[in-house]
Ligand binder design. Structure first.
Ligand code: HEC
Ligand code: HEC
Ligand code: HEC
Ligand code: HEC
Ligand code: HEC
Ligand code: HEC
Length: 503
């Protein structure tokens, strides 16, 4: 009776090593899958090990087993132990053949099972927020950080960047391969250029969740500002923003969401990559085919109308271009910190000091940390030494709040900051709506795209004193600028002076 439990060929060092590698990799995979099932794996590096690295070891191990047997068979042939080629005969009555067959069948079944679970999980894993946001975290840190404080913090990156369907999935994974290479070889651009060249149209991403025919009515918004004076004087603006939209059955959409009504098509041609300079706009009514062209009369296009790829059809992303990655300016971030009490408004000149400290250009996060600290404490030590000694605690809190505002909105390594990524909603520190609504975009008949302040919003209250008791809700108040700048604010060109720092 034979003592061996497996075919003689299987007894060699290569096959044994292969079996050991496969066994260890397989057991670790099964163990980790079990852990994932019970408590869930959130660490992206563990995901890489589980779904990408371990399976490679498993396959290498499994390949080594027959490879070792083949090498041994060749050696036998050379030494003449086995005279000529012969297909192995399998006889299930022989115990060692039976064992080998059993191991082979069970092993294959297990392998197919584990790898199908693995492939499915790998598919999900490469789509997860953890993978997108943290695996190449130095590169994606700005977008990921902004994303986590956005209204879409619970919406997966892929819902906006890839959307449903196999076609875009494959496309994204193919361009993704290049991006992985670009990161590994350190040849990616900093900052990452915006807008993204081939972002999937909003029709197929945003509109999976947001119905364009939903009517929003008007949305009341309060903007809280603090002046750059000694008292950090508060100045608020309270307004109804006429979001509007379409009402099913109504003849025509109204308000701001009129632009994305299904019966309207707005096309435009930007002159620059960031789409901030728009000299040419065309509105087409889909039902009648009637179209109107508006041109920037102060800076028209040379020659005739543009054509082809230069033209872009307006969709949600042309206004909501930072729905998930809004990098706040120092002005806005410090206003926010004062509003929420992180910075004490009673510290004299704190608005100015904090904004100046945050707006300086630093080479690294470490440099920013000491730079902000020194610049704020230095200012108070010199200018308000007595105040400083009395209010060390408040000033230290202001330093911490400013550092935190910097860390969540400015990213020196990726050169990402507010000025690189304009937000197209509004017209306070970026052109936004005024890219078309500045009053200079006119049709051949001389009609301008509306510029009247009441086209888009109605001011209900402003300033810091008592508000008038009688307010006509149809017209609201006339805008009042906090300091006298004459007529310079007319036309809504706030961004010409307000750039995210002191105007
Ligand atoms: C609500 C939809 C949405 C979600 C969710 C989202 N993004 Fe974006 N993302 C956008 C839009 C819109 C742009 C800007 C596109 C444009 O202007 O063309 C963008 C731009 C980017 C850019 C290009 C650089 C820039 O800032 O413009 C990167 C990188 C990026 N996103 C990464 C991510 C990552 C990583 C996640 C998940 C952590 C994510 N995004 C989640 C909508 C989204
Ligand atoms: C997977 C679903 C989903 C997708 C895709 C999605 N959103 Fe949203 N969006 C939401 C949810 C949920 C909220 C509400 C969040 C809340 O109120 O806390 C929201 C809120 C918003 C808001 C209101 C934010 C505010 O200030 O209150 C805007 C604007 C918006 N989304 C625009 C977009 C745009 C533009 C896109 C496409 C680039 C998009 N969304 C894609 C789910 C989605
Ligand atoms: C012409 C610019 C523009 C376009 C195009 C546009 N929006 Fe808006 N949207 C706005 C403005 C402005 C607001 C009000 C923002 C605010 O007050 O914060 C708004 C508000 C919203 C809100 C929040 C409404 C509320 O009352 O809470 C959602 C959600 C939204 N938009 C989604 C979309 C989607 C989806 C699309 C594409 C189908 C779209 N928007 C197209 C400018 C636009
Ligand atoms: C690409 C150019 C473009 C941009 C950017 C743009 N608009 Fe418009 N908007 C137009 C055109 C064109 C019209 C229609 C003018 C006409 O035919 O009367 C219009 C009309 C409107 C109307 C009147 C709608 C109605 O009921 O008739 C409102 C309100 C409006 N826009 C708000 C905004 C707001 C708010 C923004 C910024 C968030 C914005 N628009 C950005 C091109 C633009
Ligand atoms: C084409 C539409 C449109 C026109 C015209 C327009 N605005 Fe606005 N305005 C907006 C939008 C959109 C916002 C931003 C709302 C938001 O962020 O939710 C805004 C914001 C503002 C704010 C608040 C800014 C802040 O951050 O505190 C003020 C003040 C304001 N507008 C004044 C004016 C004045 C004054 C005029 C006329 C000279 C004017 N607007 C014309 C669309 C418009
Ligand atoms: C000609 C330049 C100029 C234009 C245009 C302009 N501003 Fe100002 N704005 C200033 C100056 C200067 C201050 C005073 C800064 C200080 O010392 O507090 C100021 C202050 C403010 C403040 C008080 C908060 C702060 O940052 O000091 C608000 C709010 C404001 N402006 C809103 C607007 C709006 C809205 C528009 C567009 C409709 C606009 N401004 C257009 C120059 C301008």
């Amino acid at each position: 009776m034979e003592k061996r439990k497996l075919p003689r060929l299987a007894y060699n060092w290569t096959s044994a090593a292969g079996a050991l590698i496969a066994l260890v990799a397989g057991s670790v995979i099964i163990f980790l899958l079990g852990v994932n099932l019970i408590i869930g794996i959130t660490n992206p590096y563990l995901g890489i090990v589980l779904y990408l690295l371990l399976p490679v070891f498993l396959v290498i191990g499994l390949i080594l087993i027959p490879l070792g047997m083949y090498i041994k068979w060749r050696a036998w042939q050379r030494t003449g132990e086995i005279p000529a080629f012969k297909w192995p005969s399998i006889d299930l009555n022989i115990r060692r053949h039976r064992n080998a067959a059993l191991i082979f069948i069970l092993g294959s079944l297990l392998f197919v099972l584990v790898s199908s679970v693995g492939i499915y999980q790998a598919y999900h894993f490469t789509d997860s927020v953890a993978f997108c946001g943290t695996v190449c975290h130095k590169v994606m840190k700005p977008e990921y950080t902004a994303y986590r404080k956005s209204p879409h913090a619970r919406v997966a990156c892929v819902s906006c960047h890839i959307g449903p369907g196999a076609g875009w999935y494959a496309k994204s994974k193919i361009t993704g391969l290049y991006q992985v290479y670009a990161v590994a070889a350190d040849v990616y651009p900093r900052p990452i250029p915006t807008p993204i060249k081939d972002l999937r149209p909003a029709r197929e991403t945003c509109e999976e969740c947001h119905w364009p025919s939903y009517f929003f009515g008007a949305r009341q918004r309060q903007f809280s500002h603090y002046r750059y004076d000694e008292a950090n004087t508060r100045w608020t603006i309270n307004m109804l923003v006429k979001v509007g939209g379409s009402i099913p059955g109504a003849a025509r959409a109204s308000g701001i969401h009129w632009h994305t009504d299904k019966d309207i098509r707005i096309e435009y041609m930007p002159r620059d990559k960031k789409r901030q300079d728009i000299p040419w706009v065309r509105v087409t009514e889909r039902l009648t085919g009637k179209s109107t062209v508006y041109q920037d009369i102060t800076n028209p296009l040379p020659g005739t109308a543009p054509g082809g790829a230069a033209i872009r059809t307006m969709d949600c992303m042309d206004c909501h271009n930072r729905p998930s990655h809004d990098f706040h300016s120092p002005d806005y971030a410090v206003d926010n910190a004062i509003s929420t009490g992180q910075i004490d408004r009673s510290i004299p000149e704190i608005k100015l000091t904090a904004v100046d400290a945050m707006a300086k250009e630093y080479k690294s996060e470490q440099e920013a940390e000491s730079g902000i600290t020194n610049s704020i404490t230095g200012f108070y030590r010199n200018k308000y030494p007595e105040q400083y000694l009395k209010n060390v605690q408040e000033i230290n809190n202001a330093v911490l709040a400013t550092r935190s505002a910097y860390n969540t909105n400015v990213f020196p390594f990726m050169k990402a900051r507010w000025a690189e990524y304009p937000n197209n909603i509004g017209h306070f520190i970026f052109r936004g709506c005024m890219r078309c609504h500045d009053g200079n975009h006119k049709s051949s008949a001389g009609e301008a795209i509306p510029n009247d302040c009441r086209t888009c919003h109605i001011i209900l209250a402003q300033g810091n004193g008592k508000q008038p008791e009688q307010l006509d809700l149809r017209t609201g108040l006339d805008f009042r600028h906090p300091v006298d700048i004459g007529d310079a604010w007319k036309g809504g060109v706030c961004y010409e002076c307000h750039t995210g720092v002191r105007p």
